[in-house]
Design a binder for this molecule. Structure first.
Ligand code: CP
Length: 303
């Protein structure tokens, strides 16, 4: 189909990342721009969401568009056995764009091949979450003033956490990234990403603890252990509280270091961190509205 979709973060070039950053800044300064008047956007969420769905829907409302869709597929004909193929065919007859979250890896790419309108992947299983990455990058550039030379600590579930996979691939486009992967062996960064980094000559370091090394970080990116991806609940119980970031651990960290988390958090950031000026995760989620306005405007050629 001759439409531009955002399925993997690598579907966008570095120039497009930078354009999204500029547009997001513009939308943050002026959030009510009625560029979507007369357009209908479908939000199809086959998995639960708070931030992604509501920030996309806020973005659409601020742009003056209309929203159709579902937040629970049991209220759609999927519950009667309708296939993803037929659902997407139908919805692309109704809407100018589809934003979809689905538990199956590859489902968003498949939807984009079936759809006659652009598709945004709002998360497909443990694979990718590219709009999250763009808001993460916007949060990094806002707080660090750059995307080059970032020492990034990725902490927690690096196996199933789709946000870290997308973020890693995006940051590779910038100068001199340093990746520190902090995970227990069961949740380590998948080999395919590490092999790719090595092939590109990019430095990465793996650790199972981070208390003693945290002071080198520009960004600490905490992640939730993805309970819903575990086949065996006993295995989840073993690792669910593997890392808990506490306020006392932050006292010698860089002044300008910021803590990001795609949220929701469970226990991995203690609430005593929330009032530390280095805690940025709630503002990060707010940045999602402006970034998603920018992504929609870019894909529909509205800006
Ligand atoms: N960050 C994120 O994807 O949050 P939700 O699951 O609430 O959408």
């Amino acid at each position: 189909m001759n439409t531009k979709s955002l399925i993997s973060i690598t579907d966008f070039t570095k120039e497009e990342y930078l354009k999204i950053m500029r547009l997001a800044e513009d939308f943050e300064a002026n959030p009510n721009q009625k560029l979507l008047q007369g357009k209908v956007i479908a939000t199809l969420f086959f998995e639960p969401s708070t931030r992604t769905r509501l920030s996309f829907e806020t973005a659409i409302n601020r742009l003056g568009g209309k929203i159709i869709g579902f937040s629970d597929s049991s209220s759609s004909s999927v519950s009667k056995g309708e296939t993803l193929h037929d659902t997407i065919k139908m919805v692309s007859n109704y809407a100018d764009m589809i934003i979809m979250r689905h538990p199956l890896e590859g489902s968003a790419r498949y939807a984009s091949e079936v759809s006659s309108v652009p598709v945004i992947n709002a998360g497909d299983g443990a694979n990718q979450h590219p709009s999250q990455t763009l808001l993460d990058m916007y949060s990094i550039i806002k707080t660090q003033g750059r995307l080059d030379n970032i020492n990034l600590f990725l902490v927690g579930d690096l196996k199933y956490g789709r946000t870290v996979h997308s973020l890693l691939m995006a940051m590779l486009q910038f100068e001199n990234p340093i990746f520190n992967f902090i995970a227990p062996p069961e949740l380590a960064m998948p080999n395919e990403y590490k092999i790719y980094l090595t092939s590109q000559g990019i430095r990465y370091f793996e650790h199972t603890e981070f208390t003693d090394i945290i002071n080198a970080a520009d960004i600490i990116y905490m992640t939730r252990v993805q309970k819903e991806r575990f086949i065996d609940p006993v295995e989840y119980e073993k690792v669910k509280n593997v890392y808990i970031l506490r306020n006392e651990m932050l006292k010698n960290t860089k002044e300008n270091m910021r803590i990001l988390h795609p949220l929701p958090r469970i226990n991995e950031i203690h609430t005593d961190v929330d009032n530390n000026p280095k805690a940025y995760y709630f503002t990060q989620a707010k940045n999602g509205v402006y970034t998603r306005m920018a992504i929609i405007a870019h894909l529909l050629n509205l800006k």
